[in-house]
Ligand binder design. Structure first.
Ligand code: SF4
Length: 405
């Protein structure tokens, strides 16, 4: 079995407030309620402690690379000087043996030329959340007075795109949350052709088996049909890349890409959420489904990275990634689906021992892509050979090894 890269993502809540109140926001409107008690803006002493946490993680676990996502709430609500100091501290004080990648996920509404200069100075990759054309985006991504955010967000994206073209900042990306109430093609076409974003991702909503979303799969398949038809029609004549779909597409074509996906899937749980108070928890996409998954007493001042990834909740995630739930037995797509995202598998009381609530849609996506590849001359036997090969990477072979040694 191959050993996954010893990399980890940290989602750092530098601001626990937001200038928007998106109706579906998992941070404010699902089960997590830490923002009610936590400091609005992270303090420098917490950043200094984070450096200790990371450096000890390198010493004890051999962490090689770390993606630090500067998140909120809305991260650009904090003072620019404070943001800049946070970046400098993380870059300068983290052990030189650890590759640090700084990222910032923003709603884009506050981006201005000064922010661009800060992103440039610290080489911050910026991701912007947008949900499509104005009439879709502004139904959900609204401010506290109910006013839509589309115009301000697109203005921010344009500034970022301009800076990226001039090679001032490393990259800009976009994240959209899929919404079955609207036309999928309209969303993707708008992002690609009107806003001119070539590379973005479309996320399934953060819902598990405690919601009724698994009963709506007929609608979800129709939604994805429109998206897949458009995306595939652009394959030969544009740079359009919808990350989650392209990963499956590439994996079905080449064993090397399938192994890249195997590794990414084996590391899908490697996300540590750190609140503005320094509380440490698992991926907050999962935390938002069940408040009981967060031990509020555990923080980076009293817990090392090694302690945290030895904890029962982290071990549960490793088991979930590596264990095929019964519902996936015999499924030909297991290697490239791997039962779906952990948050779409979760159920209170039953944990992760379920296939994704989007199973039918995942099946549909795989069938659609495979059929297209076969129409273009790829042999069914070549696809089957890749799919019949067991995943080359397992979560238990990753950084956990060192934790329990
Ligand atoms: S498509 Fe469904 S059955 Fe197949 S691996 Fe994914 S979740 Fe499991």
């Amino acid at each position: 079995m191959k050993i996954p890269t010893k990399g980890i993502d940290i989602v750092l809540k530098i601001s626990e407030r937001c200038n928007l109140a998106c109706t579906y926001c998992y941070f404010f409107f699902q089960e997590m309620d830490t923002f009610k008690e936590n400091t609005a803006v992270i303090k420098m002493k917490t950043i200094e402690q984070l450096v200790v946490f990371i450096n000890k993680g390198y010493e004890e676990l051999g962490i090689q690379s770390i993606n630090i996502g500067l998140h909120g709430g809305e991260p650009l609500l904090i003072k620019k000087e404070h943001f800049s100091n946070i970046c400098s501290t993380l870059r300068q004080k983290t052990s030189p043996e650890v590759h640090v990648n700084l990222m910032c996920q923003t709603n884009g509404t506050l981006v201005d030329s000064e922010w661009i200069s800060i992103f440039e100075e610290h080489q911050v990759n910026v991701g912007v959340s947008i949900d499509g054309p104005k009439h879709i985006n502004d139904k959900y991504r609204i401010d506290h007075n109910g006013k839509g955010s589309y115009d301000q967000t697109v203005r921010g994206i344009k500034l970022l795109q301009q800076a990226q073209k001039l090679k001032r900042i490393p990259s800009t990306g976009s994240l959209c949350v899929a919404n079955v109430k609207y036309n999928g093609k309209e969303l993707v076409k708008h992002i690609h052709e009107d806003i001119e974003i070539d590379d973005f991702d479309l996320l399934f909503p953060r819902e598990g088996h405690d919601s009724d979303i698994k009963d709506q799969q007929t609608e979800w398949k129709a939604y994805y049909k429109d998206i897949i038809d458009y995306w595939l029609s652009k394959k030969d004549n544009s740079n359009l890349r919808i990350s989650s779909l392209d990963k499956i597409f590439n994996a079905l074509i080449s064993e090397a890409s399938a192994e890249v996906l195997d590794e990414q899937k084996s590391m899908q749980h490697n996300i540590i959420n750190i609140s503005s108070e320094g509380q440490v928890g698992i991926d907050d996409n999962i935390l938002s489904l069940d408040a009981n998954l967060l031990d509020k007493s555990r923080n980076i001042f009293n817990t090392s990275m090694k302690d945290f990834i030895s904890s029962p909740i982290w071990q549960d995630l490793i088991k979930a990634v590596d264990t095929k739930p019964k519902g996936c037995d015999g499924c030909e797509w297991y290697r490239t689906c791997r039962s779906g995202a952990l948050f779409n598998r979760y159920q209170k009381g039953n944990g992760f021992d379920n296939k994704t609530v989007f199973c039918e849609t995942m099946d549909y996506i795989h069938i659609s892509i495979s059929e297209k590849l076969v129409q273009h001359g790829l042999k069914v036997s070549e696809i089957a050979k890749i799919l019949d090969t067991p995943p080359k990477f397992l979560a238990k072979d990753g950084i956990n090894n060192n934790a329990i040694a």
